[in-house]
Design a binder for this molecule. Structure first.
Ligand code: NAD
Ligand code: TYD
Length: 360
């Protein structure tokens, strides 16, 4: 029975990954989820698995080396899947410090504890151990509107404090692979969307605001391009890299779903109209008049686009969920989880939203 230590499992991608893995492998695996439960971590995301014998939760900060060491001491961890991070670019522009602490120092703590637990006296590592570092395509910087893709060989050129902190964490993982032959992989994925995403990110923010008749803030000219991937396709890619990826390699994850932000917003508005039942009062206010162009994000990257050639040819992974289908699944999930949205949009988020969008 393989034991996975998942960091940040109470967040958006981490919780989807845990669902994916428990669904796929059932009792064949054990998952320990370690999460600090910041504003972005929510145990409600895992309510349906919390009573399983092969799932457990530890509340800890990944920067707290003693707490992480204890988890490794008490459990024979086979695979670390490292999601825990501060993940929102706008927050990083306001407060970079916590990004460096969690994303850089926290990753170092995870690496050191995995290394100490897995290393043999001759400096090699126990058979079958693996550290999967989950990263982003934003480390590669920004592409021109009219061409080019991010490959694994593209030089790093991060622009935001968020992407700079993720780039630093990637570099630390690379240095451990190069220096110690530490058994790891890095995945650099494009923008995810799907269930359980916190409504500070574009897609859930637009869905929530539109349903509530609130303005839909578009940064700049709305023509920035992101390469959107349905979150379960990402979960599948991570599982495949763990099982089939060559150690020490980086794999880019994403591809073929490039859209301008304004296109995304229009698709969401059309899909909401299509999916809401006739007579639903919200149908009356969901329209393009809600779209509001606001001041651009500082240092706003123009375009991200992944070339998934390597993961496709080496591992056989490719995106399966087309945007039209994925956005329907996502909107359906938000329709069915209004309480989840109410809970996460109370408290801290209300203050964040008022502060962040006050001049926009
Ligand atoms: P998220 O913000 O939804 O979740 C992050 C989780 O990490 C939360 O549960 C939070 O409580 C936890 N966490 C934060 N600081 C912690 C700390 N110090 N100790 C322990 N736990 C802590 O993020 P997400 O969107 O699920 O992203 C997960 C990972 O995937 C991140 O590393 C991110 O960089 C990467 N990524 C995200 C995207 C995307 O589109 N969301 C795309 C590519 C890569
Ligand atoms: P976001 O979801 O924050 O992801 P990232 O910045 O990591 O790509 O933003 C996606 C795109 O949407 C990005 O170009 C910024 C833009 N955006 C808006 O136009 N309005 C908003 O309110 C938000 C949150 C984002």
């Amino acid at each position: 029975m393989r034991t996975y230590l998942v960091t940040g499992g109470a967040g958006f991608i981490g919780s989807n990954f845990i669902h994916y893995m428990l669904n796929k492998y059932g009792k064949e695996i054990r998952i320990i989820n370690v999460d600090k439960l910041t504003y972005a971590g929510n145990l409600e995301n895992l309510r349906d698995v919390e009573d399983l014998d092969n799932y457990s939760f530890v509340r800890a900060d990944i920067c707290d080396s003693a707490a992480i060491e204890e988890i490794f001491r008490k459990n024979d961890i086979d695979v670390v899947v490292h999601f825990a991070a501060e993940s929102h670019v706008d927050r990083s522009i306001r407060n970079p410090e916590v990004f460096v602490k969690t994303n850089v120092l926290g990753t170092l703590v995870m690496l050191n504890n995995a290394k100490a637990s897995w290393e043999l006296s001759d400096g090699t590592f126990k058979e079958g151990k693996r550290f999967l570092h989950v990263s982003t395509d934003e480390v590669y910087g920004s592409l021109e509107e009219d061409g080019g893709y991010f490959y694994e060989t593209t030089p790093y050129a991060p622009h935001s404090p968020y992407s700079a902190s993720k780039a630093s964490s990637d570099m630390l993982v690379k240095s451990y692979m190069d220096t110690y032959k530490f058994p790891a992989n890095i995945t650099n994925c494009s923008n995810n969307y799907g269930p359980y995403q916190f409504p500070e990110k574009l897609i859930p923010l637009i869905i929530n605001n539109a349903l509530n008749g609130k303005k839909l803030p578009v940064y700049g000219d709305g023509k920035n391009v992101r390469d959107w991937l349905y979150v379960m396709d990402h979960a599948k890619a991570i599982d495949m890299v763990i099982n089939k990826g060559r150690l020490f390699e980086t794999y880019n994850v994403g591809g073929h779903n490039e859209k301008q932000n304004i296109e995304i917003i229009n698709i969401i508005l059309d899909t909401l109209q299509e999916m809401l039942p006739d007579g639903d009062p919200r149908k009356a206010h969901i329209n393009k008049d809600l779209i509001t162009y606001v001041e651009d994000r500082k240092g706003h990257d123009r375009r991200y686009a992944i070339a998934p050639d390597k993961i496709k040819s080496e591992i056989g992974w490719e995106p399966e969920t087309m945007f039209k289908e994925g956005i329907k699944l996502t909107i359906k999930w938000y329709f069915e989880h209004e309480d989840w949205m109410k809970n996460v949009t109370s408290g801290d988020y209300v203050n964040y939203y008022a502060e962040m969008y006050k001049n926009k």
